[in-house]
Design a protein around this ligand. Structure first.
Ligand code: NAD
Length: 379
C-alpha cells in the first residue's frame, strides 16, 4: 500500500498484482472533488435524494457538478429499494442520457447508494468506470473501500453483486456533520471492527472519541472541534481495510477477516428485514461482534491474559465499551432462529461457516464451525 500527501489530500492506494487498482482520496474539504473528476470527460452523477435534502456539503457537490454541467439522477436510497429494479432504473437513465462505454459514473451517498450504483456501473455495457463519494461514516470506512457492490435478493442481503474497484473513492469528513446519531454510530461500529482486527492503539483512541460522541448532543456540534481526530480515525480504518484488500482482493483468505461479526449480523439483518424490525447494518455488526467474542470464549481461544488484564472476559469488555459508545449490543432474535438463516449464508462452505473470532483487541482468527456447533456453544 502506498501513501502520498499533497496539499489537501491524503491518498491510500489499493493494489492488485503490483499495480494500483483504486485510490482512496481523503480530503478536509469537499472542494477537492473538482480536482478528482477533472480528467474525466463523460461524467454522470447519481445522488441519494435524502442526502441532497439534508446535507449542506452535498449542496457543494451539486455546485461542482453544475459547473461542469454533469447530468444528475436522484435515487431514493433505502434498504427496501436496494434491489435489482433500482439497478435497472439507473441503467435505464444512463441509456436515456446516451451514456456510452466511455461514461464515468459518480455515486454520491451512503452505502446503499454506492452499492446500487457500483453494481449498475459494473454491468452497464459490460462495465464502465465509476467512483464513489461516500457520505456516511459506514460508507467511508467500509462500504466504499474494496470494490464490493450489490443488491438484496429474495429477502437476503447483498445476494447479487460483483467485486469491481472504483477508480477512486473521495472521502471527506465535512459530509458527516449532518448525519443523524444513529447513522453515525452505525458506521462507528465498522470503524471499531477494523481496529479489533488490527489495533496499533487505534481501538482505545476510537472508543475515547465515541464515548465523547455518545454523550454529545448531535454530530454537527461534536465534530466542530473533533473533525481532525475523526479524519485521523477514518484514515486509520481505511488503511486497515485497504491493506487487507490489497493482499486478497477476491476474498480467498485474509479478506474474510473483515467479516468479523458479520455472519451473526447478516442473520440479524435478514430476520429484521423479514419481520419488520428496524436494525441498521452497523447495529447488527456491533451485536455480531459481541456474539463472536462469546463464541471465542466458549471455544477457549481468547487470550487468557486478556481476562486477567481486564479482570473480565473479552466479550464483557466489548459489551462495556460498546454500551458506553452507544452501540446496540443485544440481538432481539434467539440463536435458533438466527441459525436457520446462517445455514443459507452465502459464505457457507461444505456445511461449515468460516467464523472470525477475536482472540484479543488487534488479534482475530478464522474458525470453521457448523451452525449446529455454534447453536450448542451459544445456547
Ligand atoms: N459494499 C460493501 O463492502 C459494504 C460494506 C458494508 C456495508 N455495505 C452496505 O451499506 C449499506 C449501509 O450503508 P449506510 O449505513 O451508509 O446506509 P444508507 O446509504 O442507507 O445511509 C443511511 C441514511 O443516511 C442518509 N444519509 C447519507 N449521507 C448523509 C449525510 N451526509 N447527512 C445526512 N444523512 C445522510 C441516507 O439518506 C440514509 O437515510 C447496507 O446496505 C450494507 O449492506 C456494503
Amino acid at each position: 500500500m502506498h501513501m502520498a500527501k499533497n496539499n489537501q489530500m491524503e491518498q491510500i492506494d489499493i493494489h492488485s498484482d503490483n499495480s494500483v487498482v483504486s485510490r482512496i482520496m481523503i480530503s478536509e474539504s469537499v472542494d477537492a472533488l473538482k480536482e478528482c473528476i477533472d480528467s474525466y470527460a463523460h461524467v454522470f452523477a447519481i445522488m441519494d435524494a435524502e442526502l441532497a435534502r439534508r446535507c449542506p456539503a452535498a449542496a457543494e457537490v451539486g455546485h461542482v457538478l453544475n459547473e461542469r454541467k454533469i447530468p444528475g439522477m436522484l435515487l431514493e436510497a433505502s434498504e427496501k429499494n436496494k434491489v435489482m429494479d433500482t439497478v435497472v432504473q439507473v441503467c435505464t437513465w444512463l441509456m436515456e442520457q446516451g451514456a456510452d462505454r466511455d461514461a464515468f459514473i459518480l455515486a454520491v451517498g451512503g452505502g446503499v447508494t454506492t452499492d446500487i450504483v457500483g453494481f449498475a456501473a459494473s454491468i452497464y455495457k459490460r462495465g464502465v468506470r465509476y467512483a464513489s463519494v461516500p457520505t456516511t461514516l459506514l460508507a467511508q470506512v467500509d462500504a466504499c473501500v474494496g470494490g464490493k457492490n450489490g443488491v438484496n435478493f429474495m429477502g437476503y442481503k447483498n445476494m447479487l453483486g460483483t467485486i469491481t474497484q472504483p477508480e477512486f473513492t473521495f472521502v471527506c469528513p465535512e459530509f458527516l456533520a449532518s448525519l443523524p446519531k444513529r447513522d453515525f454510530l452505525s458506521g462507528a461500529a465498522e470503524m471499531v471492527k477494523a481496529f479489533i482486527i488490527e489495533d496499533k492503539g487505534h481501538y482505545e483512541r476510537a472508543v475515547m472519541f465515541l464515548k465523547g460522541y455518545s454523550a454529545s448532543e448531535d454530530t454537527g456540534s461534536y465534530l466542530k472541534d473533533k473533525r481532525v481526530e475523526l479524519q485521523y480515525l477514518v484514515s486509520a480504518a481505511v488503511k486497515v481495510k485497504a491493506g487487507i484488500v490489497s493482499r486478497d482482493c477476491y476474498e480467498r483468505c485474509e479478506r474474510r477477516l473483515l467479516n468479523l461479526g458479520h455472519t451473526f449480523a447478516h442473520a440479524v439483518e435478514t430476520l429484521a428485514f423479514q419481520q419488520g424490525y428496524d436494525i441498521s447494518h452497523g447495529e447488527a455488526v456491533s451485536i455480531g461482534m459481541i456474539m463472536a467474542a462469546e463464541l471465542a470464549e466458549q471455544r477457549s481461544i481468547t487470550d487468557p491474559l486478556v481476562g486477567e488484564a481486564f479482570g473480565k472476559c473479552l466479550s464483557r469488555k466489548l459489551e462495556d465499551d460498546f454500551f458506553e459508545c452507544g452501540f446496540r449490543i443485544c440481538s432481539p432474535f434467539g440463536i435458533k432462529s438466527m441459525a436457520e438463516v446462517m445455514t443459507r449464508d452465502k459464505k457457507a462452505y461444505d456445511g461449515k461457516i468460516c467464523f472470525i473470532l477475536p482472540c484479543d483487541i488487534g488479534n482475530v482468527m478464522m474458525l470453521y464451525l457448523s451452525v449446529d456447533e455454534v447453536v450448542e456453544l451459544l445456547s
